[in-house]
Structure formats: C-alpha cells, structure tokens
Design a protein around this ligand. Structure first.
Ligand code: FES
Length: 171
C-alpha cells in the first residue's frame, strides 16, 4: 500500500491537471514526470494488492511516473489484464499517450477520460476516442502472490508481450 505522503503527492498532481487546462503547461508537467536517465536504472516498486477494492483506481509512483493499478470487477474481455491471486487487474502507466496528461478514472463508466483533449480509454487502457494514438503503456512487472513488483520483467509480463505485442507495452 502506498504511504500517506504518496497519496498527497498524487492528489496534488491531479489537482494541478484539473486547474491548468493549458497545453503548454501540461506538456511542461509531463516533462516533470519523466524520470531522469539516472533514475531509470533505479530499483523496483512493490505494491501489495491484497486490500484493493474492485473498480477503485489506485495510483502508485514508479520511477517518477504515476502507475494505475485497477482491480477489475468484471471478467476481462481483452488480453491486457494481469492476474494477481484470483483477481484481474489493469496495470498501466497513467500518462495519456497523446500529450502526457493524467487521465481520470470514471468508475461509473468503467473508463478513463483525459480532460486535456477529450481522449478516452477503456478500463483496460485501450484508446477508444479522441486524439490518443495508442493504448496506455504497460510497465514491466512481476507477480509474487498478491504483490505486484514494478520494474522487473516476470513471467506474466512476458506472457503479455507474447499476447499483445511489445509495441503495445512501450512508452
Ligand atoms: Fe491530449 Fe490526453 S493529452 S487527450
């Protein structure tokens, strides 16, 4: 589970997105999210999913980027989902593939909406409307029991690559 300070950090990031609305500033914000080259080789982020609620988006930080971890409340109809324990999750980098805003999850619609230019993604991160050119990227991960380890390529990640193709995974 994430710490309170991380929750505060993410909350501020969302607040910044909601209050800005200017493309130039949003592009600048994306730059602040991009990790420094030296940070790319840093360690892993471990996420305990055992207490996660279905259809409630959790956001963790990995290498300076927001990572969406969404426990699905309906069986997945696509190949992008990750099985952790008995449940299925969407695991994605939470940056819009258009210009890098952070999309908001709409639990009632089971989708993500990007406020910047109206882009929409399914709960699995597939772009279905607006300017985003491709699905949300999927970070390398490994599954250990109920835990998700971000930053390490495990068997489940390799199976995803084989199922949907590496192009759909990369930032
Ligand atoms: Fe343009 Fe998301 S940044 S639609």
């Amino acid at each position: 589970m994430m710490s309170e300070s991380r929750r505060g950090f993410i909350g501020k990031a969302f607040g910044a997105v909601a209050g800005v609305g200017v493309v130039a500033s949003l592009v600048a914000m994306k730059k602040t999210w991009d990790p420094l080259p030296s940070a790319m080789s840093a360690g892993f982020t471990e996420v305990d999913t055992s207490e996660f609620e279905a259809n409630k988006l959790e956001v963790v930080v990995w290498r300076g980027k927001p990572i969406f971890v969404l426990k699905l409340d309906v069986p997945p109809t696509d190949k992008r989902s990750v099985k952790i324990g008995d449940d299925y999750f969407s695991v994605m980098i939470g940056l819009c593939t258009h210009l890098g805003c952070i999309p908001a999850y709409r639990a009632d619609k089971h989708d993500f909406k990007c406020a910047c230019h109206g882009g929409e993604f399914t709960a699995a991160g597939v772009n279905v409307f607006g300017p985003p050119p491709r699905p949300l990227d999927i970070p390398p991960f490994k599954v250990e029991g109920q835990k998700l380890i971000l930053g390490e390529e495990g068997e489940e990640y390799r199976q995803l690559v084989a199922a949907i193709g590496a192009e759909s995974l990369k930032a």
